[in-house]
Design a protein around this ligand. Structure first.
Ligand SMILES: NC(=O)c1ccc[n+]([C@@H]2O[C@H](COP(=O)([O-])OP(=O)(O)OC[C@H]3O[C@@H](n4cnc5c(N)ncnc54)[C@H](OP(=O)(O)O)[C@@H]3O)[C@@H](O)[C@H]2O)c1
Length: 229
């Protein structure tokens, strides 16, 4: 039975990944900050042992290694999805802040720490995919509106991390996908997003199902188009 480890799985896009993968008979390890409060996630539990919920705080650099101690066996999809928009003040004049560092910790270092902790288990699986939930806002080429320093920089740095992972893990057969989910109606995306979580996740799972070495280290829109760095 294929196995996915997904962070930020208690709401938004991560929760929908759990829902759709459980419906496809996958086993899921769901990493969440507050398991006791993850009611929407618990409501998806089919009760047959395929959903395991583990504590995971992306802001804690030791969290990936602690999670590793609890997760056995091959991992077909390691999905580093948890992310934050960062501090409320990110405009020029207020952008250089401690909150910027926290944003880097959650959005950039945590996915790298997960990849370092779990690459061996991904390499033992059938699908061998590491998916990084990036954002088009991390595209330097696409930035024509400025601002959002912390969020943009954290996702641009995540893209650089993903590219290096694709090179370093190539010989292990691991495919690293750097994904922009589209503008999605979640707490982060807001009510005006262009996609529902269901549409977004269907698209992302289609992309992941097509994963192959030629796709590794590339930055994809959920539509399957390549995005400019
Ligand atoms: N929605 C969009 O339009 C959009 C566009 C581009 C990229 N993205 C990316 O997609 C990913 C998911 O976003 P979303 O739209 O689903 O946002 P969301 O609804 O705000 O959900 C964010 C998820 O990340 C988790 N998270 C945040 N900080 C965490 C931490 N320190 N430790 C563990 N989990 C943490 C949250 O858990 P808590 O409930 O504990 O806070 C929540 O499960 C993010 O990486 C985001 O940058 C979203």
């Amino acid at each position: 039975m294929p196995h996915a480890l997904i962070t930020g799985a208690n709401r938004g896009i991560g929760l929908e990944h759990v829902r759709q993968l459980l419906a496809r008979d996958w086993t899921i390890t769901a990493g969440v900050r507050a398991p006791e409060a993850a009611d929407d996630l618990k409501a998806l539990d089919p009760g047959d042992g395929r959903l395991r919920i583990e504590a995971y705080d992306a802001n804690d650099l030791g969290a990936a290694a602690a999670l590793k101690a609890k997760v056995d066996g091959p991992i077909d999809i390691l999905f580093a999805n948890a992310g934050v928009m960062g501090p409320s003040r990110q405009e020029f004049g207020a952008a250089a802040s401690e909150g910027f560092l926290d944003t880097l910790r959650t959005n950039t270092l945590a996915p790298l720490a997960l990849a370092e902790a779990f690459a061996d288990q991904v390499a033992q699986s059938q699908l061998k995919v590491i998916a990084l939930q990036s954002s088009r806002m991390g595209s330097i080429a696409d930035n024509d509106s400025g601002g959002r320093y912390a969020y943009r920089a954290s996702k641009a740095a995540l893209n650089a991390v993903g590219k290096s992972l694709s090179v370093d893990l190539k010989d292990d057969g691991v495919v690293v996908l750097i994904l922009h989910p589209g503008w999605v109606r979640t707490d982060m995306g807001g009510p005006n997003g262009l996609l529902t979580v269901s549409e977004c996740v269907e698209g992302q799972l289609d992309l992941i199902a097509r994963a192959n070495p030629a796709m590794s280290g590339r930055f994809f829109h959920v539509s399957g188009e390549d995005l400019a760095w």
